[in-house]
Unconditional design. Structure first.
Length: 92
């Protein structure tokens, strides 16, 4: 009985530890959410579009912000054919 019980308990313990490790290290973000893309901030003027690399989405929520070291700037996108950046972006 002891020879059967010991390997069974060790196998169960190994399974539990492996499962806990897999859950603890899982990342729920999709690949699209991890990718930084070039978007724009209105710096230095409200009419200008300075390119920045940041992770944002078009799904409504909290506004996506970019910090240049001194100021938080709201992030925008622009269509390929447009010159103004006016499409509001949000945090993923």
């Amino acid at each position: 009985m002891k020879t059967f019980l010991k390997p069974a308990l060790l196998s169960a313990a190994a399974f539990v530890l492996a499962s806990a490790g897999a859950v603890a290290t899982s990342n729920n973000k999709s690949d699209a959410e991890k990718v930084q893309t070039t978007y724009y901030i209105h710096k230095p003027l409200a009419s200008s579009c300075q390119a920045v690399n940041v992770n944002c989405t078009t799904t409504p929520g909290q506004p996506c912000m970019f910090n240049d070291g001194t100021t938080n700037w709201q992030v925008y996108n622009r269509p390929a054919s447009a010159t103004d950046c006016s499409i509001l972006l949000y945090r993923p």
